[in-house]
Ligand binder design. Sequence first.
Ligand SMILES: C[S@@+](CC[C@H](N)C(=O)[O-])C[C@H]1O[C@@H](n2cnc3c(N)ncnc32)[C@H](O)[C@@H]1O
Length: 228
Amino acid sequence: MLWKDFGLGPRLAILAELIESQARLIDVATDHANLPAALLRSGKLSYAIASDVAEKPLRAARQLHQGLLDEGKLLLRQGDGLAVLEQEPVNTLSVAGVGDLTMVRILKQLPKYPQLQAAVLQPNSAPDLVRRALRRVDFEIDRELLTVEGQRCFISLRAVYRKGISQRAFSREEEVLGSFAHQGVQAQRFRAWIEAQLQHHQKQPPAIRDQERVRILGTALDRYRSLS
Ligand SMILES: C[S@@+](CC[C@H](N)C(=O)[O-])C[C@H]1O[C@@H](n2cnc3c(N)ncnc32)[C@H](O)[C@@H]1O
């Protein structure tokens, strides 16, 4: 699918790819609802809810996507995280472009909404917190991809509900680096991603810097350097 024809740049296009065909989506923190609108216009989805805590972006979304609203394919909701959901037949959550702690708070709400069986996420700067939050609510990551937009490298992941996965022991390395083998172009991006993460986290004031995360990223970067 050429997602740019539907108005998506590479960062959102990768999320569009990770969302299953004909999933029933709720896109939380949607801003102008560009991701669900593109999925609906392309025919990959036929039903989506777009929600945001703020009124202004939803007003803009209404203007931009009035046709989809009139057809009943797109629903707009204002509210915090998943609290906007009632009994709608959604099965997939997407969240991107929010701080990691906000994303973690949204993921903690998942057990209250058992209809949601899959999540497609783009963590910001600490995917380890997101991976841990997913595991705690029994969601297992089955796909991770890296994409570049502008000067930034973004990590995107898909997770599915798997009862009991929270019982499995995960190492801190798995949380920080993910458990997928990165090969080819993904390996080059992964190295660039580690470098950027390391710079970001090393700049944090010592009081809030997660030293273990920094150590794991540093070791991984050394490993990549020794390979090249
Ligand atoms: C930078 S935009 C991201 C838009 C889009 N998801 C993307 O990745 O391009 C962040 C949006 O998250 C919304 N937001 C922040 N916290 C939220 C929450 N707890 N629940 C719902 N929306 C939230 C903001 O109002 C804002 O419109």
